[in-house]
Design a protein around this ligand. Structure first.
Ligand code: 5GP
Length: 209
């Protein structure tokens, strides 16, 4: 059996929509999916760990890394830089591991252009009201920041139609099941392994004699 390459999955959602919880649960439920750790210039939130949640990077270092072409994609979001280090993504994909990039929509568009065979999934919150409630209960951002994030969220949701799949975060369990379903179905696409029939039938003539 030929070992297929892993799937590159772009997972986008407005912040506060619960995608961190979904991703954590997704990673716990399978051994074959890994998350790329992004770099960002924003300050760590309470409980966030450098190298696990993000690589927290000073602005000058981030800009030098951009100059050296170290990012697969990068974008500014609410005044801060966020980027996917090229790092291990390519190696993991070669090893057959599926890699999730949890990134915002500008980055998502860059990745789709760079790797058209990636799968893009947009997670929608149950409602705008629920999204606002979640942003407030997080309690880490100022009123001004919450307002900015809500406005950005609405703008991001306007891009959801450019994604391959929409997943609703009504419950984390269902959202994770839906993402795993998308990954499983995408990996069965004929176009991902067009030689599959040829390989299976390579000895058909002698076999059928
Ligand atoms: P937060 O500050 O809430 O952790 O993230 C803000 C937004 O930046 C989220 O939509 C998140 O998915 C996105 N983001 C995180 N890492 C990256 C990255 O490496 N590249 C891009 N383009 N967006 C990212």
């Amino acid at each position: 059996m030929k070992k297929n390459k892993g799937l590159l999955v772009v997972l986008s959602a407005p912040s506060g929509c619960g995608k961190d919880t979904i991703l954590k649960s997704l990673l716990e439920s399978t051994q074959t999916v890994k998350k790329s750790v992004s770099a960002t210039t924003r300050a760590p939130r309470e409980g966030e760990v450098n190298g696990v949640d993000y690589w927290f990077t000073p602005k000058e270092d981030f800009e030098s890394a951009i100059g050296r072409g170290e990012f697969l994609e990068y974008a500014t979001y609410c005044g801060e830089y966020y980027g996917t280090p090229r790092g291990p993504v390519g190696e993991w994909l070669e090893e057959g591991i599926d890699v999730v990039l949890k990134i915002e929509v500008q980055g998502g568009a860059q990745v789709k252009k760079l790797a058209p065979d990636c799968v893009t999934i947009f997670v929608l919150p149950p409602s705008l009201e629920e999204l606002e409630r979640r942003l407030r209960t997080r309690g880490t951002d100022s009123e001004e920041k919450i307002h900015e994030r809500l406005q950005t969220a609405v703008k991001e949701m306007q891009c959801a139609g450019e994604y391959d799949y929409i997943v609703y975060n009504d419950t984390v369990e269902q959202a994770v099941r839906d993402i795993l379903t998308v990954i499983a179905a995408e990996k069965l696409r004929f176009s991902r392994d067009p030689q599959v029939i040829e390989r299976m039938l390579s000895h058909a003539e002698t076999f059928c004699q």
